[in-house]
Design a binder for this molecule. Sequence first.
Ligand code: ADP
Length: 490
Amino acid sequence: MKNPSTDTLKVLFAASEAEPFVKVGGLGDVAGTLPDALVSYFKKTPNLPTLDFRLFIPFHSKIPASKFHIEKLCTIDVPTNRDPIPAHIYLNSDLTYPVYLIAGEPLPADGPVYDPNPVVDGKKFSFFSLAVLEYCRQNTWIPDILHANDWHTALLPHLIRERNEYKDLFSRTKTLLSVHNLPFMGGGSQAGLLEMGIKPSKDFRLPKWSKHMPLPMGLAASDRILAVSPGYAREMLTPEYGCGLDGFLFTVTEKLGGILNGLDTTLWDPSHDPLLVKNYSSYTIAKRAKNKEEILTRLGLEYEPRTPLIIMVTRIDQQKGIDIALKALESIMERKFQLIILGVGDPTLEDACKALEELYPERVRFLQRFDQTLSHQLYSSGDIILIPSRYEPCGLTQMISMRYGCVPVARNTGGLSDTIIDTSPDNGQTGFLFQETTPESCARAIERALNMFINQDIWLRIQKNGMKMDFSWKKSAEKYANEYLSLRKQ
Ligand code: ADP
């Protein structure tokens, strides 16, 4: 334990979703895991300030309030362009850091976390952002660091620089905006922002079409922009991945960086995972076979140890390159392999998965559902996982699969490039990468993996290399802590 420090670092972390309260996607994982890793890092590391970390999330109707101890703190008025709207502030103190939940009329009583109507979400997240700042103002709790995430909370850095009532108060607050997914900028939400009295950005560097979208507004106003992997940070500067903001981002490269997300290594641990038929570690990897045998038998497929099992655990979505994978696999059906796809999403792509299963019922299964248990079992049984994403800001599946000894064949992009090593088995190889978003490029990489699989000695080395990688949140938390500390110094 370190000595208590008199110096305190105040961090306001805002996100639209966070485990264990509400999770729709990867952002919920990050906002649910990074805070605890940060708190623990600051506690255990000598010579760091004391961390006063507070998480703010909207009190979505989807949050099962009865499962948590939630107390009401107060009701405050949030300014709009007409009459103020009351915001009800709640507190949960069950975790290692306080969580503030904000409710009010713009968050519909039975609405989804993300509404299909962007105007509804525009108003909801504008209201949330203003309520956060109003709460801080009224309680004279002014953070040193304001850490926002994606478009939903990107208005926060904009508001503290633009709004007269907050400018002076937050003048010493440094802002950091994490980009989990650049294409989602909050387009179409402008009417919702205007209702809350929020005007477009005046930053001349932003393209005209983007000045009224929350994410670009936040990117322009933030002191630091962090993508969820260094690879994605670099790619955002290119026309292919920059979504029209690459020119703007190029003008602010000095404030752009990337930190890989971590993995919950307690949840994802093959040696203790209660959902597996057989637990194993990198020392007892031979036991994996039992998992493969069980799942293949359960799904009515033949178990034959020398036949590689390719798996996919994924949203069935264009981004994930499902079309590329299916075409690639179809082009090499003369090779020996079995295939199990677990996923839901785009109906057209789902139909294409079904069609492949119907064509090859003796070796292909498409499991059209979201199934946590099955996903764990597949990671522990598959020999190869296919991840042909068109873009991948960070990606969790490759980290999970490597930890479970399932070797990734993946597109060389974003977080996949940063986490998968494709050199040679003796130089720490953990997987196989391909460059082009074409079935041919993907098929060649699958074939490279299938050829390697025949030599089980080498394959074992690749599996073990992956299982030994450190994807823990501890590493990422240290990097975020350094970001906070160096930002505060600026
Ligand atoms: P993204 O967040 O873009 O969907 P990631 O690779 O970052 O992709 O994370 C996907 C997460 O969702 C992983 O934990 C993966 O195991 C899980 N997942 C995806 N599809 C399914 C499914 N059909 N059933 C169970 N888990 C799934």
